[in-house]
Design a protein around this ligand. Sequence first.
Ligand SMILES: *Cc1c(COP(=O)(O)O)cnc(C)c1O
Length: 368
Amino acid sequence: MGIPFLDLKDQYVELKEELDNAYDRVMKSGWFIMGRELEAFEREFADYCEARYCIGVGNGLDALHLILRAYGISAGEEVIVPANTYIATWLAISYAGAKPVPVEPDERTYNINPLLIEAAVTKKTKAIIPVHLYGQPADMDPILKIADKYKLKVIEDAAQAHGAKYRGKRVGSIGDAAGFSFYPAKNLGAFGDGGAVVTDDKELAGKIRVMRNYGSKVKYYNEVKGFNSRLDELQAAFLRVKLSMLDGWNTRRSKIARQYLSELKDVSKLILPFVPAWAEPVWHLFVIRHPKRDMLRKRLKKKGIDTLIHYPVPPHLSEAYSADSRFGKMKLPVTESIASDVLSLPMSPYMDNEAVHLIKQALSGIGL
Ligand SMILES: *Cc1c(COP(=O)(O)O)cnc(C)c1O
């Protein structure tokens, strides 16, 4: 018997009846884009995030891209971004025509190191995009302070952190705006692609509503050259069902994480996740570090335990960016060392305690 990294069929089995009802409702309505399900989901998700507005869009990358565009960020301008993140955060900036300016992470949390941000600010800087990586909130207070000093927008990349809290506040409601992804494997995932912008900024919300829908408020009257990036009715209806489960799922993830932390604390050479006192993470991923990561991964695989690497190549060294020597020649040693030794262990709300225990035994007996 193996342990999968994550099996999305579990949620379907548990929620089949509600999901089937949602499907029936949308099919029988005969209305598939920009309708009642989307409106209801937007209200429910804004409430969940303790924010005023939610605008459903096509995916998480579009959410970040549309925020940058709506704030007028464009060519010749700079946006501060974590060096250690999924490439989508960088791509959103590149899509807008601006330049990503990477900042190294804190060695313990893997999130952007606030102490290094100010040195990266120039006259061209317009925004900072902290990422709540692996479901762990970034240290927002010092980031907000720097943003205030230099009049920068703070755009949260909350794609991995639905429901996480920073000093008691939900992520997504802390900066000027936030991008969420509902990619199926996220803590709140659709059955396909989906995303959302969350904000208290009324003007921004209005602009993004227009931009996601070809630049029109009234059909066939186009105010700006917009995009087609909409969260469809079926996905919105499914997400409404799953949103009601999110807190329970996140609690379950926390329990699994706590068990991992206690069972693995004495396994030699492992570095376990660190949780600052102000953080309530939602454990999108449980990421350990080990000096012989690739060997460890192979041996776990042999024992039937699936793991993944988030992420093997940091954005500045990916082919997409490294061809540009401004990025290819950058030295970001903390990020590069994280990429060389991180490993994500199985994590899902449907995992049982026995699985964690088996993983602990496997790790203890691996002899690396
Ligand atoms: C998943 C993810 C995104 C992009 O979301 P998509 O819906 O796949 O476009 C952006 N940032 C981070 C940190 C992510 O994990």
